[in-house]
Design a protein around this ligand. Structure first.
Ligand code: NAP
Length: 321
């Protein structure tokens, strides 16, 4: 028999937006269900040092912060479910979802906090060696490159943080960036420039990943100058792609209004989507700030807006009786 669960508020996603929505909805006595997804804790679990989340004078760790948020959400009454939503029908009322586990969920209001996932360049050779020397997460895979030489591709905060992190492990880090200026925060840039183990290759892009088939492993890279088109080959053991993220909104394509980039559109100063009762918070709806603290703020907004929406439909239902 199919397991069925109903809640006034169902939250999908377990990053700062999802857990914060859980904290607020639970404290409003709405008994929220939070479906965690595959990576409980979201993108913050793939970071190490966090020094810009307010409230902590000392440097804290991303996974620790997410454990705290999870425990806080559970402590105030959020039911946290280990499942991954595979199907969604937002035309039905209540909204209908189906998890990997086979459980069907129905919800009077839905908070989508599914976050974003790492972007890749789209090279066939990159795809070939994914998991065998090509990675998008230094904190997950950096350990394997002790004393080795690695490339990090990108020029944003993620790329710079990953390069600095990898420099603690690897013998040498080459930061490959397509322009002559980084978009990372100045404080991170200063740390990067001061690190003797990191060399920056400006105006350069990754043209091809080189490696062996048996065993499948990376041995080098072809790098192309974005100014002259000249190609050089460098021997490296690992390649970390850090070129940004895409929103995880595929489940709702064709159902919710989205930008061409896939970010869910919300009303100004609100988390309300084009479907009344469906709210979107955090990186899945934010292509501007994309910070843990702004995601948490949006999670709070979504829960408060869901509470208001529920009060409104309940008063309409009472008036009709
Ligand atoms: P990002 O800021 O969007 O930077 C992406 C970088 O990748 C850019 O330098 C971009 O180059 C490059 N890039 C994009 N597509 C490329 C391609 N096809 N080929 C080569 N290079 C490409 O992404 P992010 O660094 O992942 O950061 C995402 C958000 O999270 C940002 O808002 C960031 O501030 C935030 N974040 C914050 C922290 C922190 O506060 N500690 C840490 C990590 C991330 P161009 O510069 O030429 O466009």
């Amino acid at each position: 028999m199919t397991a069925k669960r109903h809640a006034k508020v169902v939250i999908i996603g377990s990053g700062p937006a999802g857990y914060t929505a859980g904290i607020y909805a639970a404290r409003a006595m709405l008994k929220p269900l939070l479906i965690e997804g595959i990576t409980a804790g979201g993108q913050m679990t793939t970071t190490t040092d966090v020094e810009n989340y307010p409230g902590f004078a000392d440097v804290i760790q991303g996974p620790w912060l997410m454990d705290q948020m999870r425990a806080q959400a559970a402590h105030v009454g959020t039911e946290i479910i280990a499942d991954h939503v595979m199907e969604a029908d937002l035309k039905r009322r209540p909204f209908w979802l189906k998890g990997d586990s086979g459980t069907e969920y129905t919800a009077d209001t839905l908070i989508i906090a599914t976050g974003a996932k790492a972007r890749y360049l789209g090279l066939p050779s990159e795809e070939r060696f994914k998991g065998y020397g090509v990675s998008a997460c230094a904190t997950c895979d950096g350990f394997f490159y002790r004393g080795k030489k690695v490339i990090v591709v990108g020029g944003g905060n993620t790329a710079v943080e990953e390069a600095i992190y990898l420099a603690n492990i690897a013998e040498q880090v080459l930061l490959v960036h397509r322009r002559a200026a980084l978009r990372a925060e100045k404080i991170l840039q200063e740390r990067l420039f001061a690190n003797k183990k990191i060399e920056i290759l400006w105006n350069t892009e990754l043209a091809e990943v080189l490696g062996t088939e048996h065993p499948l492993s990376v041995t080098g890279a072809k790098l192309r100058s974005t100014l002259t088109g000249e190609i050089v080959e460098v021997p490296v053991d690992g390649i970390f792609i850090a070129i940004g993220h895409d929103p995880q909104s595929e489940l709702f394509k064709g159902q919710l209004e989205m930008k061409s980039s896939g970010y869910i559109v919300t009303a100004p100063h609100s988390t309300a989507t084009n479907i009344p009762g469906v709210f979107a918070a955090g990186d899945v709806a934010d292509d501007v700030y994309r910070q843990a603290v702004t995601a948490a703020g949006m999670g709070c907004m979504a829960a408060l807006e869901a509470e208001k929406y529920l009060a409104k439909i309940e008063s309409v239902a009472e008036a009709a009786e």
